[in-house]
Design a binder for this molecule. Structure first.
Ligand SMILES: [Zn+2]
Length: 127
């Protein structure tokens, strides 16, 4: 899986999380992607210079056989050349960078944005 991402994105580092917010949003979002837009913190993603950026993270179904799923991931990454990561439904997040520091920054940015979106949706549900 990591090698599939390295090949597709020329990444120097690939990171994967099992965070609460990535798990919740991967299940709470209908359809095949999660869209995040309008937040200042988007500028922490590689190559993004404005809050007006629209980040679209593909959501793939979970599996226990990632060796078999790797070609499907490569196809999804080809189909979403702008994506800085992807979610696995009910599982977590993958992202990457040119080096470990870059990938860690993207994890921090995406996890921050997931928490903002999750808390915002939670507030909307309570109203
Ligand atoms: Zn995992």
């Amino acid at each position: 899986m990591h090698l599939a991402i390295v090949r597709s994105r020329s990444a120097g580092a690939v990171l994967h999380t099992h965070s609460v917010w990535s798990t919740i949003l991967s299940e709470a979002t209908a359809g095949g992607s999660l869209t995040i837009e309008g937040y200042e913190m988007l500028k922490g993603l590689d190559g993004v210079g404005t809050h007006e950026h629209r980040e679209r993270l593909p959501i793939v179904e979970n599996t226990q056989d990632w060796a078999a799923a790797a070609p499907r991931i490569e196809t999804i990454l080809r189909e979403h050349p702008e994506a800085h990561g992807f979610l696995i439904r009910g599982h977590g997040l993958y992202t990457w960078g040119k080096d470990l520091g870059d990938a860690k920054r993207q994890i921090e940015i995406l996890e921050f944005l997931f928490e903002v979106m999750g808390r915002k949706r939670g507030m909307a549900w309570q109203q």
